[in-house]
Design a protein around this ligand. Sequence first.
Ligand code: C2E
Ligand code: CA
Ligand code: CA
Length: 566
Amino acid sequence: MTDNKSKFRISEERRRILLVEDDIINQEMIRESVSDTYDLIVAETGEEALLIIGEQYETLSIVLLDLNLPGIKGIEVLKKIRSVPVYSRLPVIVMTSDSEAEVECLSLGAIDFIPKPYPASKVILARILRTVELFENRDILRFTERDHLTGLYNKEFFYRYAVQLDLYHKDAQTDAIVFDINHFRTINDRFGKTHGDEILKSIADKALGFVNEAGGIVCRCDADTFMIYCPHCADYGVVLNALSVPLGDGENHVRLRMGVYSDADKTLDIERRFDRAKMASDSVRDNLASPIGIYDNSMREAEMLAYRLINDFPTARRDKQFVVFYQPKFNVRGDEPALCSAEALVRWKHPKLGMVSPGTFIPLFEKNGLIQELDRYVWSETAAQISDWKKRLNVSIPVSVNVSRIDLYDPDLTDRLLGIVKANGLSVEELLLEITESAYTENSDHIVEKVKKLRKLGFKIEMDDFGSGYSSLGMLSYLPIDALKLDMQFIRSAFTGRRDTRLLDTMIRLAASFEVPTIAEGVETAEQVSVLKRMGCDIIQGYYFSRPIPADEFEKFIKVKQPVLV
Ligand code: C2E
Ligand code: CA
Ligand code: CA
């Protein structure tokens, strides 16, 4: 056997061959054929070969295997190699004088066959070269076309193959299906990531089983989202059932939601067809009673509107169609409510569509990144407005702006905000920043660091929509914030139906115990104001005081209420 340790000095670019051969003359013949191109490691018995493979399979390019060995036979070595999944990328060429053995070896997974007596050196080398190259290419392909965890296609290859399927089956009706696990994050938190991975793998297996039966292809496109492209189905309930897997508690099943773009229009890009399926899936988010959404005309209209708004964005920016409105916030701790700040809320005055609500375009712009440009514009406009009030009316009204989750990933965020504040001659406390709670829970370490940095510079942070998502009150003890804005839904549910105000009360008290002031938004009635005030809520914003209004209209509050003088 050649001591492979002594070969470490040889350039790593040389591929390594394991030759399993006990006959010295044969060893020399092979060495002569390949040694210009490859490093040769020789094993003289099957046992030795398996030992070397076990230790070095990752760096071997090919195994040349003589069948007639002392001890365990070559055929057993081959079987053993083929039975271990991690060795699957290792090609084996069998060498024997027994032509009968050829078929058996090929059926056991040998890739090629070199007869004995050996053919000319050139022939041996050519066969080895070709096999190594073939396997390396296949390896690269496998590596990039598959999702590591589940072994399913990744999205790029899935789309590529879906397009090919269309070419083969021009007239076939097809469905684009997307499915997701409901609350996958909760499953991960509850049962652990390893179990979460197991669930993903079992769902992948089920999905593969389904397409093997019904036709089509499947991929995992990200985290807990899968896509199927298949011949048109009559009953999507059957598809959903086929994907069902048990949850770790041994009682329930993992809840999936599914979106279908049925009998998909093949003139559309494949991505667009799956966007439609995704839209359908989003439409049944959290709808446990009916977890299957089918793309329909109303979604088509929403989709058309979305395309239009995205298209119109550059013109809208240029023509200043985006206007900032201001909604006052009142401090209610004293006897009389006192104007203390405002929230800047953007409006789109669209020349054809009229006033478009931010509820329509903000989520859209958050998806495609346009939000960053829009937010920067709103921040600048707001800062300019604060500065204008300061100069003309001699008052400083701090105004909060919304900082979208996407903005927090901008590495220049702090410089940008500082730049805006400076350019308008303001101090950092005058431009308040509202960051939505869900941003904190999404990638909390990153966001918490970012927010800490902003606070260090003097910016005041209000946590928006608190209680709307995945929050825990415990977060309050370590999150860097200056005020808590309770989600509007809290106010809604506390004052309707059974009128249970206990949760609201607890939240306000808890925030107070951490010395974090609370802001209630969406407050519409005098009763709500007095209950909130009694609970110890500090600041109130809502239609009760005023809707969001244009800057010039807002001035009436400043003039009447005369807040903090500069
Ligand atoms: P938000 O930040 O939670 O803003 C509060 C929303 O509640 C505003 O809706 C406001 O008009 C509305 N509102 C205020 N008082 C009341 C009330 O008493 N009753 C009711 N029913 N509603 C009230 P709007 O202006 O439609 O904005 C919706 C959302 O769009 C905002 O929710 C915010 O998330 C986003 N948004 C608005 N402007 C911007 C912006 O410039 N940038 C970013 N990133 N998001 C923005
Ligand atoms: Ca807000
Ligand atoms: Ca809010």
